[in-house]
Design a protein around this ligand. Sequence first.
Ligand code: ZN
Length: 176
Amino acid sequence: MNCSACRSRLGQRRDDELSARDSALVDAHLASCADCRSFAGRLAKIESTLVRLAPIEPSGDFTLAVMAKIAAMPAPARRPARFWWLLVADIALWAAIGALTALGAIRWKAIAGGVAAFAANSYVASGTLYDVAKDLHVTNVLALGVGVELAVLALVAAFGRRLLPRFRAALAGVLS
Ligand SMILES: [Zn+2]
């Protein structure tokens, strides 16, 4: 048996897991090899030291103490939610639409004509489309839509900062 085979079997020998033949071979090698005897001695010393180490048992109130310390820690500063960009983006969008319309880049009449032509091609008479639009007061509906959107954006800008954390907490409660 060589040195490496001997050393790799020392743990098994200690645990009585070696066959009688292997155990005898290890013993024979240790008797003839000072290096491996020294290695086995160091190994035994380390093992006896490890055995003497007292296992660490957390105290009974360990979890409570940790949780109490966490509770006592200052809450991380919450970054205030910002909504102004929503308002700015919306105003910019309407300004862009207005500017493009004024410059003639967006031709609403042409678009309406295109939609009517498409509808006509789709076997819906353009006259019918016009009547439907008139009946639904499309212009009024559009104006109302813009007004409602602006009102919602104003509300979000005014109260969103206060309402969002509450909404978030409610959502977290529902999800948990
Ligand atoms: Zn050896």
